[in-house]
Design a protein around this ligand. Structure first.
Ligand code: ZN
Length: 221
């Protein structure tokens, strides 16, 4: 029997998944945060994730899936590769980790099934500027069907951020009462600097732009 009241959040400790963690806390009686070690250069990301889950008062689990980072070359796991700071013409920036969300969500579903959970939450967004294919709605819907067929279960993948931009993601964090926590405690920066970050990597630029936009909008009210 699936536990209808528990959600499993794929949790990196970044702005998006932290906002999703608190979204899940609002909508489900119980929440489990699952973090993945995939060979990312900034392993403190995982310590931060554990701390945030602790502050949120939810159960936290970490899983080592570092084979993912070594399968294909990308600048998040390969220190010798210079990170693309702009989106290259016609293809994904080299911050794309091929198969990451496919693996993460598939593993999360197996884990969830073992624990009688059928609600999965992920912070992917189609409005993400990088255009990662595994962040798109069509992929998530397709995977949802595949997971259900693969395990004969009724998983529901929730994507609270799918159609909103960074400004609206900050608005959601504020609405959930965690704007300051998300701003100060999470790590989105590709250079591993928590909070407001290094300021110049693509993730920091996007995050700051959204924040400035949101704070201006809020001040104007
Ligand atoms: Zn940065």
């Amino acid at each position: 029997m699936m536990n209808k009241n528990t959600a499993l959040v794929v949790f990196s400790g970044g702005q998006d998944s932290t906002t999703c963690l608190f979204w899940a806390k609002k909508h489900f009686a119980s929440v489990v945060a699952l973090s993945f070690l995939y060979g990312q250069k900034h392993v403190k990301e995982v310590d931060l994730a554990r701390d945030i889950a602790g502050r949120a008062g939810v159960e936290w689990q970490a899983m080592d899936v570092s084979f993912i980072g070594s399968l294909g070359r990308n600048s998040l796991t390969d220190g010798t590769l210079k990170m693309d700071e702009e989106k290259p013409e016609g293809h994904c920036p080299n911050t794309f980790v091929p198969g990451r969300n496919l693996f993460f969500l598939s593993i999360a579903a197996v884990y969830a099934r073992e624990h009688g959970i059928n609600h999965l939450v992920t912070g992917v967004s189609q409005t993400d500027f990088s255009g990662y294919p595994d962040c798109r709605d069509a992929f998530i819907k397709s995977l949802n069907v595949t997971l259900n067929l693969a395990m004969d279960e009724q998983f529901v993948i929730h994507t609270p951020l799918m159609w909103i931009d960074k400004c609206e993601t900050w608005a959601l964090a504020d609405e959930l009462g965690v704007l300051e926590l998300v701003r100060n405690e999470t790590l989105t920066c590709y250079n591993g600097v928590p909070g407001d970050g290094c300021g110049h990597c693509p993730a920091c630029k996007l995050r700051r732009q959204g924040l400035e936009q949101y704070l201006a909008r809020k001040a104007a009210k």
